[in-house]
Design a binder for this molecule. Structure first.
Ligand SMILES: [Zn+2]
Length: 348
């Protein structure tokens, strides 16, 4: 039951619950104010807000004193306070671990040219494992990670050697469609050899503090080369606390997958011993071939800002479920868009 309630709480939103409960509220920052559904009033004293630990949504009426979480709210308004009934309804609406899917075409296999593959290999070999670069906060990539609230000062030993740093990489040489664009910024590279020991591709991330605003001439500030390898996506795994590679995965272990580097690192700091993989953008998640040893996949994602984001994560879950994996999605706690936001300001 506790697990069911947690799952429901991960999936419900204040907007969704208020709409189902007929509450019309005004949003003020991360709070909503409405006229209380439990007593008669003309000015709003009913509030939906995060709890003190910032882990879940609660309601409080400053007029009549009622309070509780969103499941209590649903139960009190829709089920005469019957919590069991409320949970049943909520599971029907939000609680399914296997979402309803739209049937998708299988992903097209992209042919890899030997030339592209050689280029990727060359870049990989000339890049240095980030774990081998002495920590200095004025130095890329450490500076970049700090700017994203990822403090790796005492944790660099757990970085996998596949996470690499390349000084002055010219992205333009890699981007076939725009051969004249050269971007001499430093890059982080994630590579994957989880499947069969072969290099399967790389993702590149500009290590620039204002990456969100920075745009080069063609509007590209960050891109991946995940399509260089027949649909297999690069994967990065963490190491244990002593810096040793994790032992081979045993049957039924959980693989936690993130779309991007930063969220995966943020999560890895909190859960250093978990099996963690990085995909190459939402659209490619469904192409990740999951090793047989993992039966359970947890996909860590940003809260979907657009319907397409949800469609992409759903189609990845769908694909993995078809491969007989138990696949679920989870988000950073409510109030946060992603794990970087979540750990921002918190002690690591
Ligand atoms: Zn009230």
């Amino acid at each position: 039951m506790a697990n069911t309630i947690d799952q429901i709480k991960q999936r419900i939103t204040p907007e969704g619950i208020m709409s189902a409960c007929g509450i019309h509220a005004k949003r003020k920052g991360y709070q909503w104010w409405a006229c209380c559904p439990f007593h008669t009033e003309k000015t709003a004293s009913f509030r939906i807000h995060m709890d003190r630990k910032q882990t879940e949504w609660r309601y409080t009426c400053h007029g009549c004193g009622v309070y509780g979480d969103l499941i209590n709210l649903w139960a009190n308004i829709r089920n005469n306070g019957n919590l069991k009934e409320a949970i049943k309804e909520l599971v029907n609406n939000y609680g399914s671990a296997k979402p309803v899917y739209i049937k998708q075409k299988p992903a097209d296999e992209i042919q890899t040219s030997n030339k592209s593959l050689q280029m990727v290999k060359d870049i990989y070999q000339t890049a240095k494992p980030i774990c081998s670069i002495t920590y200095n906060e004025n130095l890329n990539p450490w500076q970049y990670f700090l700017s994203r609230h990822i403090n790796l000062k005492d944790k660099q030993q757990f970085l996998h050697p596949n996470l690499r740093y390349h000084k002055n990489l010219s992205c333009g040489k890699l981007y076939d469609k725009q051969p004249n664009n050269l971007y001499p910024e430093s890059s982080a590279i994630i590579c994957g050899n989880l499947i069969d020991g072969k290099l399967t591709g790389l993702q590149r991330t500009y290590l620039k503090q204002d990456i969100g605003k920075f745009k080069n001439a063609s509007g590209i500030c960050k891109f991946s080369l995940g399509n260089l390898h027949n649909g297999l996506s690069p994967v990065w795994l963490g190491k244990d606390k002593e810096g040793k590679p994790l032992p081979p995965a045993t049957k039924n272990e959980t693989l936690v997958i993130f779309e991007g580097l930063e969220d995966a690192l943020s999560y890895a700091i909190i859960h250093p011993n978990d099996r963690i993989a990085i995909g190459l953008g939402l659209a490619r998640l469904k192409n990740i071939k999951i090793p047989d040893s993992f039966n359970h996949i947890l996909l860590g994602a940003d809260r979907p800002k657009k319907p397409i984001h949800k469609k992409q994560t759903d189609s990845a879950l769908h694909k993995w479920t078809q491969d007989n994996k138990n696949a679920e999605i989870f988000y950073a706690p409510y109030g946060y868009d992603d794990y970087n936001d979540y750990i921002c300001g918190e002690e690591l």
